[in-house]
Design a protein around this ligand. Structure first.
Ligand code: NDP
Length: 448
């Protein structure tokens, strides 16, 4: 793809040369820069101060060795990452991912997206991301603990409540955050709100667990209503069965939708009677089993091996909540021909660029992840506020704030799209609204 604006094109060309082996990162940057053309055209300061050239370069990247001992007494080594991408509007903030596919490209794409997502929440949080190529699947609690302790033995020197506050992501839930927090506290000899997603007994926020999934549905509901639709009576397909997917199921069911399919990386289940999120929660969060185990408890469901086929299940609303690039052009075409009315991203960058073009081209509603899944980090921001103030809000208070934030993000995206001649294009609106806030802060702070 080529840009009409020569400055944007030159930044992209330079980035491609320097990061030729980082496809996910380049994909994320290209998508944002394309939306920014009217913004950069309208204000010469962005080029004069080279704001785009600076915003695509991380402020700092830390890569480190993570040695740990497995249950058989064997020494294992993984590679850890923390990308501190942009701190113009607040301390770096973004999750830690533990998955065998983690590499620098994946962490940089996630960190880059996080800059704009965090800006959209209206809370003072910069963008960052981290993780390791460690696979928690099949590991004992002891192995996961030893890995987390080793990971934090290096990470602690780069983070802090006013510097960088990591959270969970794929493979990092309440168990891992607990082990990471314990190690940070031991090394620093201080109790600090340095991680979010903490347990309720030690500084966590009510509704943080539910926040990304609930927030996704609040956002989708706002977009649906703006287009004269609602969740009421709609058949919903959700990919994944992790943190985001489980609570997206709970909220969209409450809003009147019926979730008829969910997946994990092995396959998917279909039940036209509706999938019970509490059964999934038990299987995935408590027993740590495969989604196929759903059939043992709910015999009306059927299981299909292979996760990609989930998008061929006819539905009205699609919520991809598993991982990046899980919904390609073929999947998008299947959704379109089955009469789907909207795709709302719960995972980060789950739709390929070709899929997004097909979805938007066919006139379906499309919600980009950096806006529609911002509820998790927004509630992490609320957790940080509660930690700083030594207070805790009720579930209802946090949930009400989350709903208000998600509706506000939808409106900000819709308004920005309209202002820059892209009415109804929520993807462009999200990029523009997030960028304007961060770029303004960077302009005020000089060349740094
Ligand atoms: P979890 O680790 O809790 O769950 C991930 C789920 O996705 C698992 O069920 C996993 O299955 C499944 N999965 C992975 N790859 C595929 C695939 N190719 N097809 C189908 N299912 C797959 O992660 P989260 O729910 O926390 O994160 C999911 C996505 O949401 C990620 O993109 C993450 O970055 C994003 N996100 C998460 C936030 C949060 O607050 N947790 C906040 C914002 C974004 P299996 O068990 O087989 O691996």
């Amino acid at each position: 793809m080529s840009m009409k604006n020569p400055y944007l094109q030159s930044v992209l060309d330079g980035l491609k040369t320097r990061n030729a082996h980082e496809p996910e990162f380049l994909q994320a940057v290209e998508e944002v820069l394309e939306s920014l053309e009217p913004v950069v055209d309208s204000d010469p300061r962005y080029e004069r101060q080279n704001i785009i050239g600076r915003i695509v370069e991380p402020e700092r990247v830390v890569i480190f060795r993570v040695p740990w001992v497995d249950d058989a007494g064997k020494v294992q080594v993984n590679r850890g990452y923390r990308v501190q991408f942009n701190s113009a509007i607040g301390p770096y903030k973004g999750g830690l991912r533990l998955h065998p596919t983690v590499n620098l490209s994946v962490i940089k794409f996630l960190g880059f997206e996080q800059i704009f997502k965090n800006a959209l929440t209206t809370l003072p949080m910069g963008g960052g991301k981290g993780g390791a190529d460690f696979d928690p699947k099949g590991k004992s609690d002891g192995e996961v603990m030893r890995f987390c302790q080793s990971f934090m033995s290096e990470l602690y020197r780069h983070i802090g409540p006013d510097t960088d506050v990591p959270a969970g992501d794929i493979g990092v839930g309440a168990r891992e955050i607990g082990f990471l927090f314990g190690q940070y506290k031991k090394i620093r000899n201080e109790w600090a709100g340095v991680l979010t997603g903490k347990g309720l007994s030690y500084g966590g926020s009510l509704a943080r667990t539910e926040a990304t999934g609930f927030g996704l549905c609040y956002f989708a509901d706002a977009q649906l209503r703006d287009n004269g639709q609602s969740f009421q009576g709609k058949r919903v397909v959700i990919s994944g069965s992790g943190n985001v997917a489980i609570y997206a199921n709970q909220k969209c069911t409450q809003l009147g939708g019926k979730v008829i399919a969910m997946s994990d990386s092995n396959g998917y289940i279909v039940d036209e009677n509706g999938i019970d999120y509490q059964v999934i929660q038990q299987i995935k969060e408590v027993r740590r089993e495969r989604i196929k185990a759903y059939l043992d408890q709910v015999p009306t469901a059927r299981y299909v091996e292979g996760c990609a086929g989930i998008w061929s299940v006819p539905c009205d609303i699609a919520l991809p909540c598993a991982t990046q690039n899980e919904l390609d052009e073929t999947a998008a075409k299947a959704l379109i021909s089955n009469g789907c009315i909207g795709v709302f991203e719960g995972a980060n960058m789950p739709c390929t660029p070709e899929a997004v073009a097909a979805i938007k081209g066919a006139g379906l509603m499309f919600a980009p992840a950096k806006a529609s899944n911002a509820g998790g980090v927004a509630t992490s921001g609320l957790e940080m506020s509660q930690n700083s103030g030594r207070i805790s809000w009720s579930f209802e208070e946090v949930d009400a704030k989350l709903k208000g934030i998600m509706e506000g993000i939808y409106q900000a995206c819709a308004d920005a799209a309209q202002q820059y001649g892209k009415k109804g294009d929520i993807q462009a609106g999200a990029n523009i609204a997030g960028f304007l806030k961060v770029a303004d802060a960077m302009l005020w702070q000089g060349v740094c």
